[in-house]
Design a protein around this ligand. Structure first.
Ligand SMILES: [Zn+2]
Ligand SMILES: [Zn+2]
Length: 133
């Protein structure tokens, strides 16, 4: 009789452990609802706005070219381009999708100028100032 009682208790413990494990396992499978967003800036009025991936897709479908520029929600002009935030100066700059944009921050990574090509001693000092910056 004693052995049967122990077996029953062990059985209950195993069952309880199984239930706890089952519920913990459920908690791990919480789906992430956060949607990725992209940032856009209107070249006509300077308006900055965000689009979720779904909204971005809808705008692309509505665009006659199937690509940027998108319509600015503020001034309704088709002149909104994707932008990225510069980690150095905290300014928004246009990505490579925009004609003439380098895809880099024009303040921190300005396009190379012809002025930098000078004689050896001059270019040496300029290179040093750029790397220090
Ligand atoms: Zn605008
Ligand atoms: Zn910058």
């Amino acid at each position: 009789m004693k052995g049967r009682k122990i077996a029953l208790v062990v059985g209950c413990l195993l069952l309880a452990a199984g239930i706890v494990y089952f519920f913990w396992g459920e908690d791990d499978e919480v789906p992430t609802q956060n949607q990725a967003t992209t940032n856009w800036k209107c070249d006509a009025c300077g308006h900055l706005f965000k689009l979720t991936d779904d909204e971005f897709y809808k705008e692309l479908v509505a665009s006659p070219t199937g690509n940027a520029p998108l319509i600015c929600p503020k001034c309704q002009k088709r002149d909104a381009w994707m932008v990225a935030l510069c980690p150095k100066c905290n300014e928004w700059y246009y990505g490579i999708g925009k004609p003439g944009a380098t895809g880099m921050c024009p303040r921190c990574s300005p396009p190379p100028k012809e002025e930098t090509i000078v004689d050896d001693s001059g270019s040496e000092s300029k290179r040093r100032t750029i790397s220090n910056y």
